[in-house]
Design a protein around this ligand. Structure first.
Ligand code: HEC
Length: 145
């Protein structure tokens, strides 16, 4: 499904935090809330470890193609969205375009709440969201597992 994120290669702490946020209702999504409520933190950690395995080697960064608007994202998500600076920051490289677009709109509109990402998405125009999503989705990184 196009708006379901790819999880293969995702950061483990981010994965666990996202599942806890669904469980607590901080991230609201009816299906994910029901899924998350069926499991414990220990289960989330096991899933996270499984998804983090088998990451294919990624080619050297080609950040010369980074559009200006995506440059500031690298401060936290790493070059090309591949090497996040903290364990709680997700990999963006290779994520599905529709998921990235939807997520950025949700942060901008406040339907997905996060103290760091909401201000990042705040003034983004629709065309900028489309450009950012297309750029990060086109980088080698996450995969469907
Ligand atoms: C100051 C650090 C920082 C900067 C700069 C930043 N981000 Fe983030 N980003 C985060 C953190 C932390 C999260 C995890 C938020 C959460 O758990 O909801 C995140 C989450 C995201 C997500 C959600 C991914 C997912 O798997 O659900 C997207 C998409 C995203 N950022 C895109 C961007 C883009 C595009 C930019 C640049 C315009 C950007 N971010 C700039 C820290 C940052």
């Amino acid at each position: 499904m196009k708006s379901v994120p790819s999880l293969g290669g995702q950061q483990q702490d981010y994965f666990v935090a996202a599942m806890v946020a669904y469980q607590d209702g901080v991230r609201s999504h009816a299906t994910m809330r029901d899924v998350a409520k069926a499991f414990s933190i220990r289960d989330f950690k096991n899933f996270a470890a499984w998804y983090a395995e088998g990451v294919p080697p990624v080619p050297a960064p080609t950040d010369d193609t980074t559009p200006a608007i995506a440059e500031r994202c690298a401060a936290c998500h790493g070059i090309e969205g591949r090497r996040p600076q903290t364990a709680a920051t997700p990999v963006l490289a290779g994520q599905k375009t529709p998921y990235l677009e939807q997520t950025l709109r949700e942060y901008r509109d406040g339907t997905r709440k996060h103290g760091i990402m909401q201000p990042q998405a705040e003034g983004l125009a629709d065309e900028e969201i489309v450009a950012l999503a297309g750029y990060f989705a086109s980088r080698p990184g996450l995969f469907v597992k």
